[in-house]
Design a protein around this ligand. Structure first.
Ligand SMILES: [Zn+2]
Length: 334
């Protein structure tokens, strides 16, 4: 009898415990319910073909935050068919998309969040070929425009809002010379960069900025004469008209008193040249023609030539020690 009572008590205990368990499971189920979903970042500016990381986090009823990014626990859809692929923590924009604004909606357990993506075409594929076989860039006014020996500007292109930045120019410059100009945003960035250098005790001088198609033509003809009529030799150091990024109003050649305001490779060894190479990206500029990259850029090393591309792009390019051309060629593998 005693044994039966013990068994009954044990059964009751088991039932109570399992009953508790059931209640606990229900409670747990409720507490692990997703109450909100958040995608980070919530907006992105991306190039067609570009791949970026993102984070998808679910907040549960019990306050816990769960990372869903690399799990199969969510679905997504985009406002434009086949515009993006989301996989293993990356989001990639289809490389055939031109300028477009896309919304990607992430869902899990009925909760949603939206990532807005502003897509720009890749500058190295955004061109049209003329009857003569020249590739003309579609939009020369972009801050990320690529102009080189393959991608050209028209003879008519003159940037809007050219201004003279409030920076030091060599004393020999009298009046408002064409080459003192830059596009306004690049001019403001240049002013900030020169001010920051000055605070470090370095005096930078702006030597040559905007160059019109016709001035570039005159410079190129002069360089041909200097190189005994060799267009090829002249083209190693000077651009053909339409092929110079000085025509964009986004490039400035910079020098220092210690090298007599000259534009040559000794500038790389000066304190000014070194400071610029290290700090230019913070102001949106890149060192455009790197050492050892002549086969890619088409130009020799030019430690004095700085090109404005905006801070975000400049920081990516300078930290990777790459060229503008390679950056856009390798977008899908970054
Ligand atoms: Zn230059």
């Amino acid at each position: 009898m005693k044994r039966i009572i013990t068994v009954l008590i044990m059964l009751a205990v088991i039932l109570m415990v399992s009953g508790c368990d059931t209640a606990k499971t229900d409670g747990e189920h409720q507490s692990t319910e997703i109450i909100s979903l958040a995608v980070q970042p919530s907006s992105l500016e991306m190039y067609a073909g570009e791949r970026r990381t993102f984070q998808l986090a679910a907040t549960l009823a019990n306050g816990e935050v769960r990372d869903l990014t690399s799990t199969p626990d969510f679905t997504y859809s985009s406002s434009l068919d086949n515009a993006v692929i989301v996989e293993s923590g990356y989001i990639q924009v289809n490389d055939s998309i031109l300028e477009e604004s896309i919304e990607v909606v992430f869902s899990s357990n009925g909760r949603r969040d939206t990532l807005k993506i502003k897509v720009s075409s890749n500058p190295i594929t955004a061109f049209q070929v003329t009857e003569e076989g020249r590739a003309l860039v579609n939009d020369a006014s972009r801050y990320d425009v690529v102009v080189n020996k393959s991608l050209h500007l028209t003879s008519e292109y003159v940037p809007e809002n050219l201004v003279i930045p409030a920076v030091a120019f060599p004393e020999s410059y009298q009046g408002a010379l064409e080459k003192m100009h830059l596009r306004d945003e690049a001019a403001t960035a240049l002013e900030k960069m020169f001010t920051a250098a000055k605070e470090e005790g370095l005096e930078l001088y702006a030597i040559s900025g905007y160059r019109s198609y016709s001035l570039q033509d005159r410079i190129f003809q002069y360089q041909i004469k200097r190189h005994n009529g060799s267009e090829e030799e002249a083209n190693r150091i000077s651009a053909r008209p339409g092929e110079s990024e000085h025509q964009t109003g986004l490039a400035m050649d910079i020098s220092a008193k210690s090298v007599d305001f000259k534009l040559n490779q000794t500038f790389a060894d000066t304190a000014e040249g070194q400071w610029l190479a290290e700090n230019c990206a913070e102001y949106g500029f890149i060192l455009r023609y790197l050492k050892g990259k002549e086969a890619i850029t088409g130009y020799q090393y030019e430690p004095w030539h700085f090109r404005y591309v905006g801070v975000e792009l400049a920081e990516m390019i300078m930290s990777e020690e790459t060229t503008l051309e390679e950056f856009f060629m390798n977008l899908s593998t970054q």
